[in-house]
Design a protein around this ligand. Structure first.
Ligand SMILES: Nc1ncnc2c1ncn2[C@@H]1O[C@H](COP(=O)(O)OP(=O)(O)OP(=O)(O)O)[C@@H](O)[C@H]1O
Length: 358
């Protein structure tokens, strides 16, 4: 749990963070958001004492951070930043091992931890361990930066615009990855961004700052439907509210039973159905084309949805490919469910399953 109590930072008499109080429970994903200069980074950096606070208190699981010895602070609070801050002349493995090495863990334990984290971030240790930062893509470097921040298994992970410098597609992939890592590790995270879509994709709580003051601290959907004032309303941007809500919903919440096509008679379906290959991967769809309900269409890789995909992304693919349902696959690419228009309308799914043809 993180508690900010009357947190204030003053520069030359100006309160750039002004009496901010909030509590983030353990396991929550808190996002600090607001316009440029509102005090997000300063707030974050006061938590790990990169910037000394002027007034107020910060407690991590009840302990005042200003009282913690530096070594404990490093172990208990991980920190990841936009430029990754990777050491350019150190291999990926050595970068990830930075804090465990400072803490003088035995070598075997460090090696195991590096492999474990690289696997968590889908970087094959055999391929990436000995690479150097300049041999990585922007997205891979960010993954290494976050893996490094998690290396000593900190109680709290601070992230300062970590995905600000990557292209939009990589950014979405990293966000999905971060959701998965958060769900898996149950870490308490404080994440700074100025991008509301990113906040909505990640946060369990959003703290909106303006001019150093906390304007609203709320769960994302509540903030969308009940903004505290005109500033919040404007910051969220009302125009895309429906789509923003969809960006907070995920396929696993709305996936439904998928029907397998019969061996024969696919052209006489009364309902749409899927064909799968020998490995169980979706290969074709009958009866769900918007422009030709009788058509049988080969499943394109771009249609395929995963349980972690946002409903906004799923809707976008349905519209673009003109189909009323997408196949949902597991990590091996096997069909496990489908997601369609009922989910877009917010009608809960049944968890998904495969139903054989009658
Ligand atoms: N060392 C400093 N001396 C004086 N003023 C500072 C200092 N550091 C930050 N500020 C001011 O404090 C305010 C808050 O800065 P901060 O970096 O926390 O904002 P931010 O919300 O993270 O902005 P951005 O999104 O642009 O990164 C700004 O007005 C900034 O100019």
């Amino acid at each position: 749990m993180i508690e900010l109590q009357g947190l204030t930072k003053t520069y030359a008499g100006k309160r750039v963070v002004d009496d901010v109080s909030l509590t983030l429970q353990s396991g929550e994903f808190g996002v600090l958001i607001g316009p440029s200069g509102c005090g997000k980074s300063t707030t974050l950096k006061m938590i790990n004492r990169l910037i000394p606070l002027s007034e107020g208190r910060i407690l991590i699981n009840g302990d005042d951070v200003t009282q913690l010895p530096v070594e404990q602070l490093r172990r208990r609070i991980g920190y990841a930043i936009q430029s990754t801050g990777l050491f350019p002349h150190w291999s990926v493995a050595r970068n990830v091992a930075t804090v465990p090495q400072l803490l003088k863990w035995p070598k075997a334990r460090i090696d195991d931890r590096v492999d474990e984290l690289m696997t968590l971030f889908q970087l094959d240790p055999a391929e990436f361990r000995d690479k150097y930062p300049h041999q990585l893509s922007g997205g891979q470097a960010q993954r290494v930066g976050v893996a490094r921040a998690l290396a000593a298994d900190p109680e709290v992970l601070l992230m300062d615009e970590p995905f600000g410098a990557v292209d939009p597609l990589t950014r979405e992939t990293l966000q999905a990855e971060m959701r998965r890592v958060h769900a898996k590790t149950g870490k308490t995270i404080v994440f700074v961004t100025h991008d509301m879509d990113e906040a909505l994709a990640l946060a369990t709580r959003i703290a909106l700052l303006n001019g150093g003051r906390l304007v609203q601290y709320e769960r994302p959907i509540e903030m969308l439907v009940d903004p505290a004032d005109d500033f919040v309303r404007e910051f969220i941007g009302q125009a895309d509210l429906g789509l923003k809500l969809l960006s907070r919903r995920f396929v696993h919440q709305y996936q439904r039973r998928a029907r397998l096509a019969p061996e024969t008679g696919l052209e006489r379906l009364d309902e749409h159905a899927w064909l799968v290959d020998a490995e169980g991967r979706p290969s074709a769809l009958g009866g769900a084309r918007l422009d030709d309900a009788d058509a049988i269409t080969r499943v394109k890789p771009e249609w395929i949805a995963t349980p972690e995909m946002s409903m906004k992304e799923a809707l976008s693919r349905m519209v673009w490919y003109r189909v009323t349902a997408l196949p949902v696959v597991d990590r091996e690419g096997r069909l496990i469910a489908e997601v369609g228009m009922p989910g877009v309308m917010g009608i809960e799914g049944d968890g998904g399953a495969i139903e054989a043809a009658p």
